[in-house]
Design a protein around this ligand. Sequence first.
Ligand code: F0G
Length: 355
Amino acid sequence: FDRQSGIIARYREFLPVTDKTPLVSLHEGNTPLIHAANLSKKLGVELYVKYEGLNPTGSFKDRGMVMAVAKAVEEGSKTIMCASTGNTSAAAAAYAARSGLRCIVLIPSGNIALGKLAQAIAYGAEVIAIDGNFDEALNIVRDITAKEPITLVNSVNPYRIEGQKTAAFEVCDALADAPDILAIPVGNAGNITAYWKGFKEYKEAGKSSRLPHMYGFQAAGAAPLVLGQPVPNPETIATAIRIGNPASKDGALHAISESNGLVDSVTDDEILQAYQLLAKEEGVFCEPASAASLAGIIKLHRANKLPQGVKVACVLTGNGLKDPNIALKLVGEEPRSVPATHEAVMELVRQSGRE
Ligand code: F0G
């Protein structure tokens, strides 16, 4: 077992780790902060993307889940449970498998990306689809875990926030200080809460000298923080953030006001444009919800509200491979087939070159 790997071993001085906390790890964290040179030019800023899709289950959730599962094991729990739009369930299932825990996940029926469902099933979780949305699933899970000997591993579990704050440490280390702006998609609002906590703790520890402005972006059809009230029937193509009543609303609003930041919404079209730009101009494939961070920055730029020349870090929360159907639907056509000959292939290559 490599004790230096994973966020618990690496950041234990910042985490609620005791002698009895098992050093659970799938080598999560240590994800790249990639400079987006082409988009930087277009937007007049120094743009970086924190590519959380390179975590072991393909999303930032691994950082929080490893901590929550380690503490569940430490506390003698045998079962964990969560509601999820997909990524939390994948992470919970993986770390539960590794730690010998039973894992039960509730998902909104028909509204989770295929890859995420495949992961939860492959890792051996008990997957229950409810005829309802994420908010309803979370209410049920909170209710059950309050009464049964089952550990809740949604981000209302404080250990989730503790683990996820380590991403802010890594952003500061990569840039040798905090960026001017940290842009992030907001769903249940745990991650923006975690980043802000991380930035503040790193500065207090003398590891960075300043704090970023926190810019949170929600999908327009699921934007309770922008509207100032819950959305009973949230809708967006970005199913990961299809959430109408964020559990960590207060944490998000605090991060935004204390950092002198903002919260705004982006339409599905804006999300999908940003999603394609990242893939086609930077070679970075994230899932649609993740692109909300860049979509928000582009929206501000178009409105002349993006300060120029500043350092912007966009959090790309999950991997594009989670949701292959969206990419295929956007392109709108199957690969063209031709006979298996040099001539047929070259004819098509010449033809597409002219198009
Ligand atoms: N991006 C992705 C890819 C997500 O999966 C989520 C949340 C978010 C952004 C928003 O983060 O909730 O901390 O504000 N996914 C949760 C899940 C809800 O169940 O996987 P948040």
